[in-house]
Design a protein around this ligand. Structure first.
Ligand code: FES
Ligand code: FES
Length: 157
């Protein structure tokens, strides 16, 4: 019988019974019902599945369960809630930054990872941080504007 694997996601401990090679993305969505993390390519190429692990952005489709044990995983649900939005989420709403919205969780995770490291990024640093997040709607310019707004407000961390 498979032994449980213990994960900490958004500050909550979970016991998961699954093949330890299962990609973290499947556990988040299928076992923990954290649907904010999206499946895009499944190949580590699009950024839709981005989460923070110990503060570092990773593609959750590309990291096995065994590699997450003992680490702090943060998904978009742990960044803010509808009643208590993160400044980035509020700015994305204010700037109407999203179009279809499919990529936005991953974009916000990348933006948060950047601002946690560098609360005062330049425009080119913001663009570089979003470089591995694909957006089929082509709204990167609006994402950058929203992130710049947060930086200008001094809410970058
Ligand atoms: S779904 Fe993970 S990078 Fe595309
Ligand atoms: S807003 Fe549609 S894919 Fe980015």
């Amino acid at each position: 019988m498979t032994s449980p694997i213990y994960l900490k996601v958004n500050g909550v401990d979970h016991s998961i019974v699954a093949d330890q090679n299962t990609p973290l993305l499947y556990i988040l969505r299928n076992d923990l019902q954290l649907m904010g993390t999206r499946f895009g390519c499944g190949l580590g190429l699009c950024g839709a599945c981005s989460v923070l692990i110990d503060g570092k952005k990773i593609h959750s489709c590309d990291v096995p369960l065994w590699d997450c044990v003992g680490k702090n995983i943060q998904t978009i649900e742990g960044i803010g809630t509808p009643d208590n939005l993160h400044a980035l989420q509020q700015a994305f709403i204010d700037e109407q930054a999203a179009q279809c919205g499919y990529c936005v969780s991953g974009i916000l995770i990348s933006a948060k990872a950047l601002l946690d490291q560098n609360p005062n990024p330049t425009e080119s640093e913001i663009r570089e941080a979003l470089d591995r997040n694909l957006c089929r709607c082509g709204t990167h310019n609006r994402f950058v504007k929203a992130i710049e707004k947060v930086v200008a407000m001094g809410r970058g961390s």
